[in-house]
Design a protein around this ligand. Sequence first.
Ligand SMILES: [Zn+2]
Length: 492
Amino acid sequence: VLDLVIRGGHIITAEGEFDADLGVVGERIAALAAPGTLSEARRTIDAAGLLLLPGLVDPHVHMGHRIFLEGAWVPAADDFATGSATAAAGGTTTVIDFAIQRDLGPVETVAARRGEADGRVVLDYALHPALTRATPENLAAIPALLEAGCPSLKLYMIYRKQGRMADDAVLFNALAVTRGRGLVGVHAENSAIAEYNTELAIQEGRTTPIDFARSKPNYVEAEAINRALFLAEETGGTLYIFHLSARESLTLVAMARARGVKVIAETCAHYLTLSDEVYEREDGHRFICSPPLRSRADVEALWEGVDSGLLSVVSSDHCGFDSAAKDRGRADFTKVPNGLPSVGARLPLIYTHGVLAGRITLPRMVDLLSTAPAKIFGLYPQKGALLPGSDADLVLVDPGARRTVSASSWDSPVDWTPFQGMELGGWPVATIARGVVRAEEGRCRRDGEASGRFLPRSLGGVVRAPGPQARHTAGGGERGLGAVRAKKEESS
Ligand SMILES: [Zn+2]
């Protein structure tokens, strides 16, 4: 007998849409059947008139983030418990956060980060280790990170002064070592140019929010992406570009793909729905994030990139700094902690600006928000799918509801939202994680235990870039530095 039946919903997957009943046994999907044919169950949810999607996978969140500013740590308002609750309220059932290296080795950093999440996080989660030191010891730790279920690294190409930057040698070697069995994600911005521009702006007293955006023009991102693409090509490794924001970057990704570089690109909901005009507002400083919000022409180019498949994923890059933390930099952009709270808003934003605006189909939305990230990061078909045997991670959406966004649209300790006042559709009615109703009508249910689990991942031999233009897969065969050296010797 089934534990749960969701009856009469309109199912949307990355492959298509159809009406069906969906049955759950325990934590997993047990059956999909013709409407009205699954009736025997301990619990039934009537989904007539609702869309039923696989739970969303957000591969780029920062829960309980903190940054070092003016000699002190500035913490985000949320943590793994409250941040994942907000994610659940927004229709997400899996998050991938980061283990950013500070004082420990990479493997110890992962363990410490798991210590912050386990027993508190309400959703299943995984981690991208972020290596921040250019040392042989760090590179030597990469095989152990793969063993620990973390085959996707993140390297910052910027933030040298904050001690977060991994230099080009680390990037080159990480791409080589993970070749065929992992991937390297980058925060791509040219550190030297951005730092120089920032210092000049400070000297000349140009520290308003729009001056921040001007300190990191499109070429700051595009140059770093160009460099990373070259290194990916040289090594044969797979490159994942986090939060691509500039139209020039898309051109570079298209050119690289055409010559066979293994590259997957992500953008974030805010780059598709906000533009740099917000920096002229009185509260413009709150919108400071990196890369900065771009021009309307860039926003349009990003939607074209979504349409063409150059962009495979739309993440949130959630960062839960509250208004007090943001307002430290009201008059000086260098004092603003970067990042936007957005983990709850991804679904209504993309449903409204994408589907309702006629830019993408519902299956394409499911791919961008759930299936593609699950596949890229080694979680599919446990996550990102509505298949028998997949985790019963589900989101029910009311296609007709429209609401005006405010900070209280979701459970969250963060007291502001960058999307304040937007009228959006596509709100989740219920979010079900591994068979348990985790959120309803924007509220996370706290009656269950914090049952989120760490998801160890493997990328095996193949990392596939999904989407209409996906043609390139990571090669198997030789691995690591030895293979790269062999390749270089062959060609020299
Ligand atoms: Zn981020």
